[in-house]
Design a protein around this ligand. Structure first.
Ligand code: GLN
Ligand code: ZN
Length: 768
């Protein structure tokens, strides 16, 4: 018989109870006991829900107070020295100090680094290893949660971050040595102890996640898998080990993975359909279970149950039903909890959605169909077919108008009328800018009053005209400030926007919004990505009104501000019934309309932000070119229609762009404003080697910090840029938007930034 399996469930609670409890604890308003009580209750609800849904293999230790990688760090006692932990077990305050830094009696430490979990929007706490790193079991969390579930009469399968991935995900400090070479054996001993103790407690299964093996891995890294699991198999006894992968296919690691002395291998068939070909080519061992990830754990749409059953039938030509475990492609951590609760969505759209709860039901249905035949689940299959059919044929997912425009679009030929050098001359002349022109990235501080007014307006407590005049007051103030400071290309400040994706999504056809669709981004920070379910179209201008108002306040050229198509795509839950590239081009056309309208209204400078460009890169490098081809083309569709004298800016941040500056150049923006203040001139080095050939503004003011950088420091940064880039190519600007900062930080910082530009202009003898 095939078994139903779940890899993980959202931790946060239907009403975000975990957020309230942890933030309450940090604020000193919730005691440690109260916090633990909330967590216990959440775990119980989550386990019971899975059991009720018919899941046979239920995970434990997938719950976390902050992050599962940080949990692993606590489990193996890899607490960096600066947290001055010397206890037996990692206590709550040490744990949170690693996550968020701490400032209290005798301790003033910053947090450990945080970074994106593969290509998701979840962030994990990056482990740190010193040359003489010691490991010891310093948290019994996996044992405690296993016991806790058993008390409730639920047998669970403890889930751990696998030891090899744990080391690969970490970073060495004070050494160049690879953690895998230096630390694998001693780390594996701690895992052996944990597994040995779980075995003694009677755990039937233990799952070890090794997602790093869906990325390009070296032979040495793959060999480390073998070494680690040979040792763990020795202590496992009757406990059976599952090595789980997700987010792509396992490629060159397949042969080794299937040879490991473990009882089951987990593969993702949604993001890594190539796994099927790997199985065909190499076969699948008859002594192992296959955890078949067939329900998409990363997206919110209902499964095509009939297609999944065909896939499961295909698999059964290589594994018997007894070997099969049916599950989602990854932990359900990455989707919201329950679509059924979204009473604000119409029933048709709702029938297309499956959040975590609905996915559990899908897994149970598929498992039952494998075991008892399709007839046993005929009702569920019929409902599923009907919903898929309305989705396929609805004029909400298929707009004739959008389709015709798409057909007429030749994405590879869209480009500006004339080349950059020629454009640059006309732009400079008509904008009349000095050397080292100053600008900002878009948003001004969203101080509490902005949020209060927005909330009141949304609740109908403030009328549209009153809200608009409040916003106009904010815009006027931001522009007056920028004029006084001497910002050459000012902005309106984005006060009308709650979020750079949501604002535009709300103004396009094809988008819907949830009320409870929260997903953990990091720690207690959750996001509510919009749902892009249908053909995208922009019925009317989205920003022109605000640009016009702002321009009426000043003679300086106000920059129009838009979010680019790739970022809209990356930060939404995107329809899965057509290629992502197709959806991206629809977004590009919609934003192109806005670009043209801004230009027609008189905007001479228009910025199209693409901070998420890098995030969209596939995990395996063989997919990079394809992605970059359409992502870059989408940007060109958005911006390629303007006159030569209209200057296009773009902005990127949050990641390293060093390795694909050439692709950024192909976007053909006139000015690239890029995060740089924290990257130790690494970025600048790239411009020494690559001839970017367009204007560029490496950020000089780090907006992630409350600190006000002094004039000479900012001037130094500009001088550093001048060492690699010609002065007539350079702009002076902050790293990113100023939304999260306070006016009393931003005003002196921007004043210093402008002053620094003046200092350097004078030095270079280019004063306007
Ligand atoms: N224009 C946006 C802002 O300034 C850009 C934000 C971002 O890059 N994330 O807020
Ligand atoms: Zn940014």
């Amino acid at each position: 018989m095939a078994l139903s399996v779940n890899l993980g469930f959202p931790r946060i609670g239907r009403d975000r109870e975990l957020k309230r409890a942890t933030e309450g604890y940090w604020a000193g308003k919730v005691s440690a006991d109260e916090l633990q009580a909330v967590c216990s209750r959440l775990r119980r609800e989550q386990w019971e829900e899975q059991r009720k849904a018919g899941i046979e293999l239920i995970p434990s230790n997938s719950f976390s107070l902050y992050d599962q990688v940080l949990d692993a760090t606590a489990m193996v006692g890899a607490v960096p020295e600066r947290y001055r932990w010397d206890g037996e077990q990692v206590d709550l305050d040490t744990y949170f100090a690693m996550a968020r830094g701490a400032q209290r009696e005798g301790l003033d430490v910053h947090a450990m680094e945080m970074t994106k979990w593969f290509d998701t929007n979840y962030h994990y706490i990056v482990p740190e290893f010193v040359p003489d790193q010691k490991f010891r079991m310093a948290s019994t969390k996996p044992l405690d949660e296993f016991a806790e579930a058993r008390e409730l009469g639920i047998t669970t399968r403890p889930v751990l971050v696998g030891p090899v991935s744990y080391l690969i995900l970490g970073k060495p400090r004070e050494t160049e040595a690879e953690p895998l070479e230096s630390h694998l054996d001693s780390l594996v001993e701690v895992y052996a102890e944990v597994i040995g103790r779980l075995a003694a407690m009677g755990a039937e299964w233990v799952q070890l996640d090794e997602p790093c093996f869906v990325e390009n891995r070296s032979a040495a890294e793959i060999a480390a898998l073998e070494r680690a699991y040979r040792r763990l198999a020795e202590v496992a006894g009757d406990t059976r080990l599952i090595v789980q992968t997700y987010f792509d296919h396992v490629g060159e690691a397949y042969a080794t993975l299937t040879r490991l002395p473990v009882a089951a291998i987990g593969l993702d068939f949604v993001r890594g359909p190539e796994n099927l070909a790997l199985m065909r080519e190499h076969g699948f061992p008859s002594d192992k279970h296959l955890v078949a990830g067939v329900v998409d754990g990363r997206n919110v749409w209902i499964n095509d149950l009939s297609a999944s059953l065909e896939l499961l039938e295909d698999l059964q030509s290589m594994v018997s039903a007894d070997q099969l475990m049916v599950g989602a492609s990854c932990s359900l951590l990455h989707v919201p909890i329950e679509a059924g609760r979204e009473t604000g969505l119409d029933t048709e759209l709702k029938s297309w959605l499956a959040f975590a709860s609905e996915k559990l039901a899908e897994i149970a249905t598929l498992t039952r169909a494998v075991n008892e035949g399709r007839e046993a689940v005929a009702g569920a299959l019929a409902t599923n077919q009907a919903a898929l059919e309305t989705r396929r044929t609805s004029d909400r997912t298929q707009s004739r108008h959008v389709r015709e425009r798409m057909d007429a679009l030749d994405v590879d030929t869209v480009s500006r009328e004339v080349g950059f050098e020629q454009r640059r001359g006309v732009q400079r002349e008509q904008l009349g800018l000095p050397a080292l022109p100053t600008t900002v990235i878009g948003s001004f501080p969203q101080h509490p009053e902005v949020r209060v007014q927005r909330r009141k307006f949304l609740r109908d407590e403030v009328s549209r005209p009153d809200y608009d005049s409040f916003l106009e007051g904010e815009v006027r103030r931001a522009i007056k400030l920028q004029e006084e400071m001497g910002i050459d290309v000012p902005v309106h400040g984005e006060f009308e926007r709650n979020d750079m994706v949501e604002y535009f999504g709300e103004r396009m056809d094809g988008y819907a919004f949830t009320r409870f669709g929260w997903v953990q981004s990091f720690g207690s920070r959750y996001v509510k990505p919009p749902l892009l379910f249908g053909d995208v179209h922009r019925p009317e201008p989205m920003t022109v009104r605000w640009w016009e108002f702002a321009q009426s306040c000043t003679d300086r050229p106000i920059k129009g501000m838009l979010t680019g198509p790739v970022t809209m795509l990356q930060w939404s839950f995107v329809r899965d019934d057509q290629p992502r590239s197709e959806t991206c081009f629809q977004l590009a056309l919609a934003i192109r309309d806005e670009v043209q309208d801004l230009e027609a209204a008189g905007a001479r400078v228009i910025q199209v932000d693409e901070p998420a460009l890098r995030e969209g890169l596939p995990l395996r490098s063989d997919g990079w070119n394809e992605y970059l081809r359409w992502a870059v083309a989408a940007f060109r569709v958005t911006t390629g229609g303007v006159r030569p004298e209209t200057q296009i800016h773009t902005h990127m941040c949050y990641s390293e762009f060093n390795d694909f500056i050439e692709h950024i150049a192909r976007m053909d923006a006139d000015v690239l404003l890029i995060e740089n203040a924290r990257s130790d001139e690494e970025l600048l080095e790239v411009f020494r080697d690559v001839d970017y050939g367009r204007d560029i503004g490496p950020g000089v003011y780090d907006i992630h910090s409350p600190r006000v950088p002094p004039i000479d420091e900012l001037a130094d940064m500009i001088r550093a840029s001048m060492r690699v880039l010609p002065i007539d190519r350079l702009w002076v600007n902050p790293d990113c938007g100023l939304k999260t900062r306070k006016y009393d930080e931003v005003i002196p910082a921007l004043e210093n930034m402008v002053a620094a530009a003046h200092v350097v202009r004078a030095e270079a003898g280019v004063t306007a």
